[in-house]
Design a binder for this molecule. Structure first.
Ligand SMILES: [Cu+2]
Length: 311
């Protein structure tokens, strides 16, 4: 017997404008299936032979609300990755994740974010758009070294409690997306000082928020997450993470399910060597895998430039 005491929401004792508090033990467990991930729908560039030579994504990061607690409870204010994704429509007309990368697309924003499904050695260009307007929802701590877009002096004791904390720290919200585990150029890796804000303030190592990446890794699930300096814990906690799947195969559905489980388990093992890959262009033989670790940046890029062999 599952005891449900839905709606056990009490007004916040933190004052007006603050989130209501819910006694954790009153939230019924095992009420909702883990969601499948949507997959970003890229714009494809093809060569004269019709082979895909580049995938282009636009990813919009913004505040939104999502039903993360069981139905009957309030939705949760979050930060989320959004973009055009492949969908199928259920009987209620609601978009659901599509397995095949064809058919209708729609804009969705989810947390965790939609999944990048990528083809090894097909580079991508991803346009990250920081649309996080207004104040951060969590307590930005300006007493640590952090992005500090307003460049205001580090506070000294006695420190202001949160809420309201320090208004100069709560807005604008800094963001950069790190692609965890991918071989990429450092300026397109979302390292902490590459952050940017909705109003054009940028970190000291910012180069561009249009990232290009070679996708040279062996087939494996990877993940992406916010990495802004000093606020990563808050931004990821508020929802900014998602999954990357850099190899397509004929067994896409099985792999998608496996990758989803892997992500939810917060464990990102490699899937090992995969010398064969079936694609819409037929079988492609992969260049021999090199060591996963210890390769130089130059070697990574040479590998990235090496085309797959068609036969
Ligand atoms: Cu990471």
């Amino acid at each position: 017997v599952i005891e449900t005491r839905q709606g056990a929401v009490v007004p916040s004792s933190n004052g007006p404008g603050q989130a209501p508090e819910i006694v954790p033990a009153t939230i019924p467990r095992f009420q909702t299936e883990l969601p499948r991930f949507f997959t970003y729908a890229p714009t494809l560039t093809r060569n004269a032979q019709g082979q895909v030579t580049q995938k282009e994504f636009t990813v919009r990061i913004a505040k939104f609300n999502e039903q993360q607690l069981p139905s009957g409870f309030p939705s949760t204010p979050l930060f989320g990755y959004g973009g055009d994704v492949f969908v199928r429509y259920d009987a209620n007309g609601q978009p659901q994740p599509a397995i095949e990368q064809t058919g209708p697309t729609a804009f969705v924003r989810t947390s965790p974010g939609p999944k990048f499904e990528q083809t090894r050695l097909v580079p991508d260009v991803t346009h990250y758009r920081n649309e996080l307007a207004g104040d951060h929802l969590g307590p930005v701590d300006p007493t640590v070294d952090w992005a500090n877009p307003n460049n205001f002096p580090k506070p000294t004791p006695p420190f202001a409690p949160f809420p309201p904390g320090y208004p100069q720290a709560q807005a604008p919200i800094t963001h950069t997306t790190h692609s965890h585990g991918l071989e990429v150029l450092p300026e397109f890796d979302g390292t902490p000082d590459t952050w940017f804000t909705i109003n054009g303030i940028t970190g000291p190592e910012y180069v561009s928020n249009d990232y290009s990446r070679p996708n040279s890794n062996q087939a494996a699930p990877f993940w992406y997450h916010d990495h802004a300096f000093g606020v990563t814990r808050l931004d990821v906690g508020f929802g900014l993470s998602g999954l990357r799947d850099p190899a397509r195969s004929g067994r896409r559905a099985a792999r998608s399910r496996r990758a989803t489980k892997t992500f939810w388990a917060s464990r990102i093992p490699t899937t090992g060597s995969r010398p064969w890959r079936r694609s819409s262009q037929g079988c492609q033989h992969q260049p021999p895998p090199g060591p996963a670790l210890g390769v130089t940046r130059g070697e990574e890029l040479r590998r990235a430039a090496r085309p797959p062999v068609q036969f």
